[in-house]
Design a protein around this ligand. Structure first.
Ligand code: PLP
Length: 411
């Protein structure tokens, strides 16, 4: 007789052997104290730690305007949406939020999803389905380091997928040149690559898209709120909003709440609204989340303080790491990855940081990043102080000096 449980245990054992079994840190974020949080150990003890891997880049998860909006929404509208968007679940706040987002990106329309993941998966799979309607398989050109949600969306549509080397314009051009001109095409890419900390050559990709008549789909999940005069993302910062057909984002990172969205022309947004299964057949986001997201988006359209602080903190930290000679990946974004290159070693280093220095960084392993490139992904948010940064770099310097980090092993 087949023992189903043993099959699952074997899979888990494999993960443990490779050192990439995921252990979640149990945290209590304390309102008003970010980036500090309480960390709960498995033995029942707890202590205060500094979080160095949060995506709440601007500390908006504790912004007073956002909190007030969410609390008022619960008092006024209650807890849940009460239905899917199609059946009684569309709140006026959905409509207001979508208007705010289309204005943010100078687009005709926007659509809110339950997460950035669902937005990517649902939008890309639906675009492929709709573009392929005339028995013409669309071709999707996808950066090799695109997020799992985009990969999943592309895989679940019937298309030909061409993967180009990360941010490699010459490779993308070569793939486009050798493609059937008559077939529909989508170039799917991100602005800020959150595991590398680098930024795509958006203008060059758009120029190729124009030349080869391809649609552009840009994931700005790690950029919205944080880049551009109004927090619209890197395309806004570079004056390229009109070159992108669909911009995708999240409320879960710099906006500090949760939920995802896309913006584009009225026709493309209406088509995705009408055909995307992941949008249609699920309960709509609740009013408190919508109110928080709307307050955050509107606030960051005008407030510059948080953006300036986050960027100056990242710059300061990179300078300190340079001075200390520590090997971080030198991208143009606010994200600072430190390559360790071995799953067990990466876990061991982050364990030491937590146990001995009260610093929490989650080790990043395969499949999030390729094997052999395991890393710590550091985020100096707007909420970190100069003292926090100084301490972190000092501690890292000590670890590198004391442990010859790449050889560091733990029993
Ligand atoms: N796109 C990218 C590049 C991401 O890194 C993530 C999340 O980690 C997502 C999409 C999904 O966004 P969300 O967390 O809102 O589901």
């Amino acid at each position: 007789m087949m023992n189903y449980n043993d099959i699952f245990e074997n899979h888990l054992d494999n993960l443990r052997k490779e050192g990439r079994y995921r252990v979640f840190a149990t945290l209590e974020r304390q309102c008003g104290h970010f980036p500090k949080a309480i960390h709960h150990n498995t033995d029942g003890t707890s202590k205060k730690v500094t979080v160095w891997c949060s995506n709440d880049y601007l500390g908006m998860g504790q912004n007073k305007k956002v909190l007030d909006a969410m609390q008022n929404a619960i008092t006024q509208y209650g807890a849940g949406a009460g239905g899917t968007r199609n059946i009684s679940g569309t709140h006026k706040l959905h409509v207001d939020l979508e208007k705010s987002l289309s204005a943010l990106h100078d687009k005709e329309a926007a659509l809110v999803f339950s997460s950035g993941y669902v937005a990517n998966e649902g939008s890309l799979s639906t675009l492929i389905k709709l573009l392929g309607a005339d028995n013409q398989k669309p071709i999707v050109y996808s950066d090799e380091l695109n997020h799992a949600s985009m990969i999943h969306g592309i895989k679940s549509g019937v298309c030909e997928k061409k993967i180009y080397r990360h941010n490699d314009i010459a490779h993308l051009k070569e793939l486009l040149e050798n493609s059937d001109t008559a077939r529909p095409k989508i170039i799917a890419f991100e602005s800020v690559y959150s595991m590398e900390g680098d930024i795509a050559p958006i203008a060059e990709i758009c120029a190729l898209a124009k030349k080869y008549n391809a649609m552009t789909y840009l994931d700005e999940v790690h950029a919205v709120g944080l880049y551009g005069a109004h927090g619209g993302g890197v395309a806004q910062a570079r004056g390229l909003l009109d070159q992108i057909d669909i911009i995708e984002g999240t409320f879960g990172k710099a906006y500090g709440v949760m939920g995802g969205f896309i913006t584009g022309t009225r026709a493309v947004i209406d088509a995705i609204r009408s055909y995307a299964s992941g949008f249609i057949f699920t309960t709509a986001l609740p009013p408190a989340i919508l109110a928080g997201a709307l307050a955050s988006v509107e606030y960051l359209k005008t407030s510059e303080i948080e953006r300036m602080r986050a960027h100056s903190n990242a710059k300061y930290m990179k300078q300190k790491l340079d001075n200390a000679g520590l090997p971080y990946m030198k991208g143009d974004s606010h994200i600072i990855p430190l390559i360790i290159g071995d799953a067990k070693c990466c876990k061991a280093v982050t364990d030491i940081l937590l146990e001995q220095y009260d610093i929490y960084v989650q080790p990043i392993n395969y499949p999030t990043v390729p094997k052999g490139t395991e890393r710590m992904r550091l985020t100096a948010t707007a909420a970190h102080s100069i003292e926090d940064i100084d301490k972190m770099v000092d501690v890292l310097t000590t670890l590198y000096n004391e442990h010859e980090i790449l050889n560091l092993k733990r029993a």
